[in-house]
Ligand binder design. Structure first.
Ligand SMILES: C[S@@+](CC[C@H](N)C(=O)[O-])C[C@H]1O[C@@H](n2cnc3c(N)ncnc32)[C@H](O)[C@@H]1O
Length: 270
């Protein structure tokens, strides 16, 4: 699938998740429609920015953890617009030979990533839909850069809540789990409504329903189900700030529920 040729009017007609998230993080790769929708999210969910910041911090810690386990190749699905601490930067700092393929459904996110990766022989970005994991794994860039017979780090970070249909969301993870080699890890973060007032959840989902990426927060048990068939790494499924924090003053370690995100890392053992 390739939609990089979409014209700018089409791309800016509706807000989209990648650019709204870029705005939450203080980035400049967003348009007026995205900023308006993001501001409405801030009204409904004042901690949305904290969600984004703690989510990025989890992503960095998870990638570092995986490199420490010897993982040297990553598939980052729903990778977003490049920002501080991109996966290839974190992974290649630990291991200059680490390989990364970024995957996103949004053509803008993909072209920013491709631009950033120019000249990096070990990283690439492709446009594809997480709901079609077999197509992702068969993609020529994935085949060129990643050796699927060896352990892989699969990152599904803040993307599964953009697959509101349970059947599709669980099938995405199950297929990836089935296809990767034993010794692979799957890292997941997911928006949860466990610690949010119902009104805010409804309002947030309503705002996202008018973007190109309808979203759905899930409960703790629904999020835990994504790890079925995997061995959960300690400390299990926890609020993002509590997943192997690096210092006692890490953001929201003292108020982890405000991250509104449950995260975990699972290992495929067989
Ligand atoms: C909130 S951003 C997360 C970016 C990055 N993973 C992070 O955690 O910092 C979610 C990303 O998922 C992408 N996305 C949404 N639905 C997708 C799908 N079905 N397939 C691939 N990417 C998708 C969006 O375009 C967006 O870039």
């Amino acid at each position: 699938m390739d939609g990089n040729e979409k014209n700018i009017d089409e791309l800016t007609a509706k807000p989209n998740a990648a650019r709204m998230y870029d705005y939450y993080l203080g980035g400049a790769n967003n348009f007026g429609v995205d900023r308006e929708a993001a501001e409405r999210i801030f009204e409904a969910c004042p901690d949305a920015r904290l969600f984004a910041l703690t989510n990025r911090a989890f992503l960095r810690r998870a990638v570092r953890f995986l490199t420490e386990q010897g993982i040297d190749q990553f598939l980052d699905v729903g990778s977003g617009i490049p920002t501080v601490g991109n996966v290839h930067e974190v992974a290649q700092k630990a291991n200059p030979n680490a390989r990364v393929v970024y995957v996103d459904i949004d053509p803008v996110a993909v072209s920013y990533s491709q631009e950033l990766l120019e000249g990096n022989a070990n990283a690439s970005a492709i446009r594809a839909d997480a709901r079609h994991p077999k197509l992702i794994l068969a993609h020529p860039e994935v085949r060129r850069l990643l050796d699927l017979s060896r352990p892989l780090g699969v990152l599904l970070v803040a993307v599964l809540h953009f697959i509101p249909d349970d059947g599709e969301a669980y099938a995405t993870v199950k297929t990836l789990r089935g296809e990767v080699a034993p010794g692979s890890y799957i890292a997941i973060s997911h928006a949860t409504h466990e610690s949010m007032p119902l009104e805010a959840v409804k309002k947030g989902e309503e705002i996202y329903s008018r973007t190109t990426n309808p979203a759905r927060a899930r409960s703790r048990s629904e999020i835990e189900r994504f790890f079925d068939g995997l061995a959960l790494v300690e400390p299990g499924v926890v609020y993002a700030p509590l997943w192997r924090p690096e210092t006692p003053s890490d953001l929201l370690v003292d108020q982890p529920e405000r991250s509104q995100s449950l995260v975990g890392v699972g290992l495929k053992t067989v």
